[in-house]
Write a protein that binds this ligand. Structure first.
Ligand code: NAP
Length: 282
């Protein structure tokens, strides 16, 4: 089965839209999301535009605050504090990467954890790892929902996480651990990755290397989630591929996410779902 991320995301968005419509009638207020975008990095511009379009589609009041690369850390912190105190703003997202003179961790820590829709604040990270309710980073959250849509009970399954980033691998490991999976987290220093992969019922690849996971690494009937977004040269210029060699793995996996059209759209839908959750929590 090839998991259709666009369709999955659309279903999530339809549910969010319905709930927001109801809130608007009942409470006369809608969730508000503010995205801070610094500089003129083209991929960031595209991501932010897509987030804005999707937010508007479901009825979230979305705003993008744009600043030049030269903005100071102090100024950025004061903007975040204003948003923390703004009752109409329920979600705050600072688009990464940030200019070098700005300390990303410090910025994340200034966001009110209840409005941290990226789920990067140490309080949210801590709550997730201690099994408490929290705002969860959007990409692993989306992957988790897709896995659960394939198989409801994940108890006892072997899950292999490839990549240990704070953004993807670590939160995904926590989500699967909470579902009683036996989780292995691998990274660039891991030995015998292929052998570990052969034992996995769930493979989550967030490596950043094109077509890294091969068909002969994967156990028959496994669920394979491909987070990678890699640009490679192609006859007509370039194309986007994942971290999984789709052609060979699709023959072995029970379910697989394609790239593009898999994890990407669901990540954005989960940002909207986190905004709605932040709204409800507030
Ligand atoms: P990252 O921070 O660069 O982390 C990559 C991880 O892969 C690191 O933990 C690294 O290990 C590990 N790794 C590198 N080579 C390896 C190897 N040979 N064997 C095993 N592990 C290896 O990457 P990221 O931010 O998590 O992103 C990963 C990919 O996902 C990228 O392609 C990115 O563009 C994509 N992405 C997609 C979405 C989406 O919405 N679809 C969202 C975010 C990111 P070390 O820790 O030892 O260096």
């Amino acid at each position: 089965m090839i998991i259709n991320g666009k369709k999955f995301a659309q279903n999530l968005k339809n549910n969010i839209k319905r709930e927001i419509k109801f809130l608007k009638i009942k409470k006369k207020i809608v969730p508000g999301l503010t995205v801070i975008l610094i500089g003129n990095n083209t991929p960031s511009e595209i991501y932010v535009r897509n987030k804005e379009i999707s937010a508007q589609e479901v009825g979230i009041n979305s705003k993008v605050l744009r600043f030049k690369n030269s903005i100071t850390e102090k100024k950025l912190i004061s903007i975040i504090h204003n948003l923390n105190n703004d009752k109409k703003v329920h979600g705050i997202l600072v688009q990464l990467p940030l200019p070098q003179h700005i300390n990303g961790s410090k910025i994340v820590e200034e966001i009110n954890p209840n409005k941290d829709v990226d789920g990067f604040h140490p309080i949210n990270v801590g709550n997730l790892s201690s099994g408490k309710d929290s705002l969860v980073p959007c990409t692993p959250l989306g992957c988790y929902l897709m896995i659960k849509s394939i198989k409801k009970d994940l108890t006892g399954l072997n899950a292999l996480i490839i990549g240990r980033s704070n953004l993807n691998g670590k939160p995904m490991a926590q989500l699967l651990l909470k579902e009683n999976c036996t989780v292995t987290i691998s990274h660039s220093k891991t030995r015998n990755l292929k052998e570990l992969c052969k034992k996995a019922d769930i493979v989550f690849a967030a490596v950043g290397k094109p077509n890294f996971v091969k068909g002969n690494w994967v156990k028959k009937g496994s669920i394979v989630i491909d987070v990678g977004i890699n640009r490679i040269n192609h006859k007509n210029g370039y194309k986007i591929v994942g971290d999984v060699d789709f052609k060979s793995v699709v023959k072995k996996a029970k379910a697989i996410t394609p790239v593009p059209g898999g994890v990407g759209p669901v990540t954005i839908a989960c940002l909207l779902s986190n905004t709605l959750k932040a709204f409800k929590n507030n």
